[in-house]
Write a protein that binds this ligand. Structure first.
Ligand SMILES: [Zn+2]
Length: 193
């Protein structure tokens, strides 16, 4: 997949991972599922899981080698981004430890963009460089004006974070087909009873 390709609603689930955030840093936070349900499910358990996520996210080719160290960094980065976004959403300043982790990963040297023979922008580099790319994108998002567009899905049990790129800026759900529809059905039932 092309780097930076728009994630449409049909493509919001790829290879068992959710891509509802419209941003790689926010999609990374969704690799720990069920955060708010007391039964978290780790989707980045093994190096091959990280390789699959990077590929599904359009950040790597299918044969990218990953090791246990890259998985550890990916999870640390993910939790740092999660905490930083939540601090931002609650109006707090960035928590120190999370900020340090994010900056440290970003400093490793981001994967460079390369133009392919087909004229598409692709990333080069190893797994840690690609994670550094995600960290840099997270900093650009959280340190720029687009942070005002970052939302948590309004479905209480859903922890998905997304960038609201709608013109109205009034998007409420990570996915209209999932959480939006669930809300509509609940509203309908409530009105009828
Ligand atoms: Zn949701």
């Amino acid at each position: 997949m092309r780097l930076g390709q728009e994630t449409s609603t049909e493509a919001e689930e790829r290879d068992g991972f959710r891509f509802r955030g419209g941003h790689p840093a926010l999609d990374l936070t969704a690799t720990l599922q069920g955060r708010l349900k007391g039964t978290p499910r780790e989707l980045l358990a093994e190096p091959e899981d990280l390789a699959r996520w990077l590929m599904a996210a359009g950040l790597a080719p299918s044969d990218l080698p990953c090791d246990a160290d890259a998985v550890r960094v990916a999870r640390e980065l993910r939790e740092a981004i999660h905490q930083l976004v939540h601090a931002h959403l609650s109006g707090a300043s960035p928590p120190d430890r999370a900020r340090r982790v994010l900056n440290q990963v970003a400093r490793r040297g981001s994967a460079p963009r390369q133009l392919s023979a087909e004229g598409e922008a692709l990333l080069a580099g190893d797994a840690l460089q690609r994670l550094a790319f995600v960290a840099n994108e997270a900093i650009a998002l959280l340190g720029g004006t687009d942070r005002e567009r970052v939302r948590k899905c309004e479905n209480e049990g859903c922890a998905v974070l997304f960038v609201d790129v709608s013109r109205s800026g009034a998007r409420r759900w990570c996915s209209m087909a999932a959480c939006g529809n669930r809300h509509k059905v609940a509203e309908f039932r409530r009105r009828r009873s």
